[in-house]
Design a protein around this ligand. Structure first.
Ligand SMILES: [Zn+2]
Length: 176
């Protein structure tokens, strides 16, 4: 396992979200598994205490906090795409991957979350979906009214400008 080749391998990092942690993705060859402390907290809340902590204590997963500049950048892109349901932990996963990628790491996010996949794709980050197949194309959200059919610029939950019903959102259909 040890040899002179090792130093020539690219630096590879797999960034885990809470679902990946809970599922116990710790056996990753030729790559460093990393996550943020917010993800660990979220995993603990979902009662993955054993795996998350065991992995961390075993040194299998490195906990790295993304720098604030990357967090801001991800939040800004999320806002523009209407990805308003991302948790702090989700944002930290993407920010961490963005940071490592800019620092020259070959980076991949392991996640089951569509919003994370969508945003990561927009940022040019590699994503490995777990539990289900990845999104076929990138999603933009469209805000619409389920009562009168209005759609346009608005915020989900706000009243429809035509009829006052609460607005919802759906993936925008892209041609092709
Ligand atoms: Zn309406």
């Amino acid at each position: 396992m040890q040899g002179g080749l090792e130093k020539n391998l690219p630096k590879r990092a797999i960034v885990l979200d809470a679902a990946a942690l809970i599922l116990g993705f710790t056996e990753i060859e030729d790559a460093v598994a990393v996550t943020s402390s917010k993800v660990l907290e979220e995993a603990r809340d979902r009662d993955a205490r054993y795996r998350a902590l065991a992995a961390r204590e075993g040194g299998l997963i490195k906990v790295i906090e993304p720098e604030p500049a990357y967090v801001s950048e991800v939040r800004e892109v999320a806002r523009r795409l209407g990805e308003i349901e991302l948790s702090d932990a989700d944002v930290s996963v993407i920010a961490l991957a963005l940071q490592l990628s800019r620092q020259g790491w070959d980076t991949c996010i392991l996640t089951s979350d569509y919003s994370i996949q969508n945003l990561a794709s927009r940022l040019g980050l590699m994503v490995k979906p777990i539990l289900h197949k990845g999104i076929r194309r990138m999603i933009s959200w469209e805000v619409y009214c389920g009562a009168c059919g209005w759609s346009g610029d608005g915020k989900p939950g706000n009243p429809c400008p035509k009829c006052g019903h609460a607005l919802k959102r759906r993936p925008r259909r892209e041609s092709g």
